[in-house]
Write a protein that binds this ligand. Structure first.
Ligand SMILES: Nc1ncnc2c1ncn2[C@@H]1O[C@H](COP(=O)(O)OP(=O)(O)OP(=O)(O)O)[C@@H](O)[C@H]1O
Ligand SMILES: [Mg+2]
Length: 259
């Protein structure tokens, strides 16, 4: 049985529209402490909007939303203080150097100077940014910017990580380090909600996977439960995803493009 304290995130009937577009359509969702929860879905299905609502960056039109038992409208600052967020396109201060940006972020979260120095150095070394931390962010490659965004989300040891395509642009070694780190954090009780289009990553990493389409949760469960819902025993996540999201007519689409 899931008790209140086991739940990190609870959404009840959460909906959001932008003018005529329904981005999130009455979603109910529970995410437990220490879970790695994967959000999958076609482009525009509402994943990023859902992540932003959990953090309090986008206000839902209706429904209720609790994080760590705190109602979003009550204390969204407290929720933000205890969460780490990597947006799908990190907006960094490009005129700062990497180290200045990380220093600044750690200060915002109130990390002590000694802890800050130690943690930042460890992350810079692990992600092979050592020696480049003094360069302006505008001079970084895409993957290097992604690494800075990840470090800045981890640096205050948040209890909840909201990661929108966290591995995008990362080389295989760095991606592996982040995956192992996320598993390690989850085993210590950190809750991780991540969106991804890389189905192998979701299948390998996530305890629970939710498949979104047009703002709704089409299916939610572990791999076994998803196979049952899609009536595809023994199948992989790609087959399940394509079946549930109604995109199994790919051959026809490709043939039409070749005409
Ligand atoms: N600020 C906004 N103003 C207007 N429409 C928006 C805004 N944010 C999102 N939308 C719309 O809401 C829908 C869901 O967008 P969202 O970014 O949540 O999708 P997504 O699942 O993250 O897609 P992707 O896989 O491409 O990242 C889309 O139709 C999008 O155009
Ligand atoms: Mg998105």
């Amino acid at each position: 049985m899931v008790t209140g304290s086991d739940l990190t995130v609870k959404l009840m009937g959460v909906a959001k529209r932008f003018a005529d577009v329904v981005a999130v359509d009455y979603v109910d969702l529970d995410v437990k402490k220490g879970e790695i929860f994967g959000l999958l879905g076609p482009n525009g299905s509402g994943k990023s909007t859902l992540l932003k609502m959990i953090l309090g960056l986008v206000k839902p039109d209706s429904g209720s939303l609790q994080v760590f038992g705190i109602k979003n409208e009550e204390d969204s600052v407290e929720i933000k203080a205890q969460a780490g967020y990597v947006p799908e396109v990190p907006r960094l201060y490009e005129f700062l150097t990497g180290i200045e940006y990380l220093d600044f972020t750690a200060d915002l979260y109130g990390v002590s100077p000694a802890e800050k120095r130690k943690r930042i150095n460890e992350y810079l070394e692990a992600l092979e940014l050592e020696g480049r931390e003094g360069d302006m962010i505008s001079a970084y490659s895409m993957g290097m910017k992604q690494k800075i965004a990840l470090i800045s989300a981890f640096v205050h040891r948040p209890k909840l990580l909201l990661l929108d395509e966290p591995l995008s642009g990362l080389d295989p070694r760095s991606a592996r380090i982040i995956k192992d780190l996320l598993r390690e954090l989850a085993s210590k009780g950190v809750t991780i909600i991540m969106s991804t289009h890389i189905l192998e990553i979701a299948q390998a990493m996530c305890d629970i996977i939710a498949i979104m389409s047009e703002g709704r949760l089409l299916a939610i469960g572990n791999m076994e439960e998803l196979r049952e819902m899609a009536r595809l025993p023994g199948s992989n996540l790609e087959e399940i995803f394509l079946t549930l999201t109604g995109t199994s007519d790919i051959k026809d689409v490709v043939e039409a493009l070749m005409k």
